[in-house]
Design a protein around this ligand. Structure first.
Ligand SMILES: CC(=O)SCCNC(=O)CCNC(=O)[C@H](O)C(C)(C)COP(=O)(O)OP(=O)(O)OC[C@H]1O[C@@H](n2cnc3c(N)ncnc32)[C@H](O)[C@@H]1OP(=O)(O)O
Ligand SMILES: O=C([O-])CC(=O)C(=O)O
Length: 470
């Protein structure tokens, strides 16, 4: 016994009289050495059904999640129940007021219906559903008051996640669960919560925008006869008839903005289950946290710069680059030099690379198409032109740099500058629209998680020493 104690004491206790950080610093080099060995020499080794490389490499290549609504092919990108973006654009209902307008975009609520059911909704089903969302769109008073009391300097994504999380006070699922419900009924309560959550996003997004940038002024109202994206645009003050038109847009610019929200939100709604926001929502939901808590976790994941926050980072990067190259947006050499300066200072090029994709993201192309279809509006937009030039130049620079497995643009590359064009120039806000959009897919899957009665997610962890066979 005393022998064991001596060994443990020698192995486990710090010998020096040092503080916490110093003690940690001292043990890092040895552990890093072991980590490098495991990564370099043992990645292909099998541990259970996984490779060691997958365990320490962000679970790449591990098929570990059940997800119904979309899938991502490395070369072709996302499909929604097997339909490509263009097929969805052709098949999903638009606003009832613009159903024959070729420039009007599919509605995110049509996408949600499709993601959830796997069935294409009819125009009349969507008219009714848009109206249901509008009627459920009011924010509870305590949420408004709490948002009003947050510091204006709080990042809009943090405000979004707080707002969503607070509404768990409304959760019919949480209340029903507390009373006791059969497991087989859970999905119906979850569906009610999911619809309520999605319905409240336009007002929530508008409230955060107004509080952060316009001192809480009422910028617009929800119109019961309009769709979810139109109401989001109104809440932010970007429509002519239902808002203060805060950016003084023309009628056609305001229509474009609404359609940009529609396209952006429909496209960003789902990207299979492994991305951080979807996975976080699914993981938290697996403990039977209600949809508000679950999706607020998803939003917190989306707020990371390697994931959704890249939407804001790209716009900042494009503006900085334009400045640094003296506005010479067509100067290939200057652009290349700027990219190298970033890479050489160990920064990532935002909007490039992907965990799964190995070609340009078709969502990137769809957003660029949105601008190209409005040639007159965008003909003098240097930012969009720079984004396009960059997409022709950056892949060869990143390939020569030799690190990223995918040197092509991802979805975040193009979308921010489109919003910027129409006056949404508060860059820290851009990911909030992403946050509203991403509710569609992960929350539709959450309903199915409860239909199937999926268990709590609980993989097993393993230590580095064990991976190294020590
Ligand atoms: C909605 C979305 O989430 S889309 C993604 C949005 N994020 C961005 O645009 C941020 C920039 N891109 C990246 O950081 C990455 O490409 C990610 C996070 C998207 C994917 O990461 P991974 O799957 O690890 O990419 P990959 O396996 O190609 O990474 C290998 C190396 O290339 C580097 N790399 C990847 N992309 C880039 C990039 N755009 N610029 C510079 N280096 C890059 C990685 O940092 C990594 O370096 P390391 O070996 O020193 O750690
Ligand atoms: O799939 C991913 O990892 C990131 C992404 O593009 C998304 O979530 O839309």
């Amino acid at each position: 016994m005393s022998h064991i104690k001596t060994i443990l004491t020698r192995r486990l206790y710090s010998t020096a009289q040092s503080d916490l950080k110093t003690t940690l610093k001292a043990v890092i080099p040895e552990r890093l050495q072991l980590y490098s060995h495991v990564k370099k020499d043992l990645s292909s080794h099998q541990i259970g059904t996984q490779t060691v490389g997958s365990v320490i490499g962000g679970m790449r290549g591990s098929r570990a999640l059940l997800w119904e609504s979309s899938s991502v092919d490395p070369n072709k990108g996302v499909t929604f129940h097997g339909l490509t973006i263009e097929e969805c654009q052709a098949a999903l209902p638009k606003s009832k007021h613009e159903s024959t307008d070729p420039k009007s975009e599919m509605l995110p609520e049509s996408m949600f219906w499709f993601l959830l059911t796997g069935k294409l909704p009819t125009q009349s089903q969507i008219n009714t559903f848009s109206s249901e969302l509008a009627h459920k769109g009011d924010l509870p008073e305590y949420v408004v008051k709490s948002l009003d009391n947050l510091p204006k300097t709080l990042h809009p994504m943090t405000q979004l996640s707080i707002g969503i999380s607070m509404m768990n006070n409304e959760s019919v699922f949480a209340k029903a669960y507390a009373k006791g419900i059969p497991k087989t009924d859970a999905w119906e309560y979850v569906l009610d919560d999911v619809i309520n959550l999605i319905a409240k996003l336009p007002a929530l997004v508008g409230k955060i925008y107004s509080n952060t940038y316009y001192s809480g002024k009422n910028l617009g109202t929800i119109n019961m006869d309009k769709d979810w994206s139109y109401n989001m645009a109104s809440s932010m003050g970007f429509t002519l008839d239902d808002s203060v038109n805060i950016k003084d847009l023309s009628k056609s610019q305001s229509n474009d903005f609404v359609n940009l929200v529609r396209l952006y939100c429909a496209l960003h709604g789902d990207h299979e289950g492994g991305n951080v926001s979807a996975h976080a929502t699914h993981l938290v939901g697996s403990s039977l946290s209600d949809p508000f808590l679950s999706y607020s976790a998803g939003v917190q994941g989306l707020a990371g710069p390697l994931h959704g926050l890249a939407a804001q980072e790209v716009v900042r990067f494009i503006l900085e680059m334009k400045n640094a190259i003296g506005g010479d947006i067509n100067h290939k050499v200057k652009i290349e030099e700027y990219l190298w300066s970033l890479l050489n200072s160990n920064r990532v090029i935002p909007g490039y690379g992907h965990g799964v994709l190995r070609k340009a993201d078709p969502r990137f192309t769809a957003m660029i198409r949105f601008g190209d279809n409005r040639a007159e509006e965008f003909s003098k937009d240097d930012n969009l032109q720079l984004v396009k030039n960059l997409s022709a130049i950056a892949p060869s620079v990143l390939t020569e740099h030799g690190k990223t497995k995918n040197p092509y643009p991802n979805v975040d590359s193009s979308s921010g500058v489109l919003f910027y064009h129409y006056g949404l120039q508060e860059t820290l806000f851009l990911t909030v629209i992403f946050g509203a959009s991403r509710a569609l897919g992960p929350l539709s899957q959450l309903v199915w998680d409860r239909v199937y009665g999926l268990p709590i997610e609980r993989p097993t962890s393993v230590s580095l020493k064990k991976l190294a066979g020590l």
